[in-house]
Design a protein around this ligand. Structure first.
Ligand SMILES: [Cu+2]
Length: 151
């Protein structure tokens, strides 16, 4: 019996640390109430924590430039510019502003347009770094070639 009492006392003392052993267990619901009071300062510090959270949201527009578009002007019979350097993820748009029918074909056939009449456009998004030489099929013999350098 004595051992049990000692054990219970030690538990109560350990749990509450109070001298009035019998009253402490009854007051157990009280601590939660105190915790709620403590929660207020926690909420007050929450806005400070959410400030860094907004920073990543602002960083998101950084991905927008990846969808940027560069234009290549197709004329009779050459590409302007004939050499274009772009970052990975850039979309290149060729627009036929000449009188003749042209096309855009990569030497390695990684991209290839149909025949483009005046006003027609062809787009290709470059996802891999490299040097992409291309030509216009009808006018390749006349030196109508170009290159896209993806860095
Ligand atoms: Cu051409």
């Amino acid at each position: 019996m004595k051992k049990l009492q000692v054990a219970m006392l030690s538990l109560l003392i350990t749990g509450c640390g109070g001298g009035v052993v019998a009253v402490q267990p009854t007051s157990t619901p009280a601590p939660p109430t105190a915790t709620v009071v403590v929660a207020s300062p926690t909420v007050a510090s929450a806005p400070a924590t959410s400030v860094p959270t907004q920073t990543p949201a602002i960083a998101r527009p950084t991905t927008t430039p990846a969808a940027r578009v560069e234009n290549v002007d197709i004329r009779d019979n050459h590409f302007i510019p004939s050499e274009l350097t772009i970052p990975v993820g850039t979309r290149v748009q060729w627009a036929n502003n000449g009188e003749n029918i042209h096309d855009v074909v990569a030497n390695d056939r990684s991209f290839s347009s149909n025949s483009l009449s005046t006003g027609a456009r062809f787009t290709f998004t470059f996802q891999t770094r490299g040097r992409y030489e291309y030509f216009c099929t009808p006018h390749m013999a006349e030196g109508m070639v170009g290159v896209i350098v993806v860095e």
